[in-house]
Design a protein around this ligand. Sequence first.
Ligand code: HEC
Ligand code: HEC
Length: 191
Amino acid sequence: MRLRQILWLSLVGIVVGCNIFPSFVITPPTDDMTVVLGGLADTEPYFGTYRLANAPDVEMGDFLLASCGCGDWRVLFRPSDGGPQVQFPVQFYTVGEYSPSGSVKMHGSTDYNATDGMVDQDGGVFDGKAELALSRYIMSANRESAHVQSVDACGMCHIGEDSIYPLPPTHPQKYKTNPRVCFECHTVNGQ
Ligand code: HEC
Ligand code: HEC
């Protein structure tokens, strides 16, 4: 009886353990890596989705990896259930000198969140993982080369009720009738 219980428990342990930890480790940059100052040469944003790490067919919402108007890059997780969105700055790392082609490591963290991933600059593809308040997710995104798409990214962070950095009331109001008007007065790197 006792032996059966132990066997049963260890079986449960193995099954649960494998499901919860499918080699989910967020790795900070190694000592031989250096930060890519200013971020990727191609500033077009990556649009995609994020999904549950242990049930990758369950989509949680929109994911965005984008250069913000202030010059740094951020990740944005916008849940489709209308819950609060999460965003924080990230940086890119390479071994040796940065090149605008090839793969680049992305990493960023805050007190409760961490993320890492790889940008394939030639293919315009991003794949990564994130731990947001102890929940684990995987993300995939594609670089959208159309100019209008990066304007849509501006809106994801600057327009709307729960925006990350709302426009001040004194800001020119033109965007209220045309949310894609940003580049008339701004560049992707701010100003
Ligand atoms: C991923 C979120 C995000 C995206 C996408 C984004 N921004 Fe921002 N932006 C921010 C945040 C956050 C700040 C506040 C700056 C800071 O970190 O202090 C900011 C600041 C700015 C500023 C003020 C810069 C300054 O020095 O005062 C401008 C202008 C701006 N953004 C324009 C844009 C434009 C134009 C786009 C589209 C190309 C854009 N942003 C896309 C998040 C974003
Ligand atoms: C008609 C010109 C114009 C357009 C169009 C425009 N902006 Fe601005 N924006 C400005 C000016 C001028 C300022 C600085 C004035 C100020 O700080 O109020 C500014 C400031 C900002 C700031 C900094 C606010 C702060 O708190 O310092 C952000 C962020 C920003 N714009 C984002 C955007 C985004 C996103 C769009 C598109 C949805 C956009 N702007 C469209 C002219 C424009």
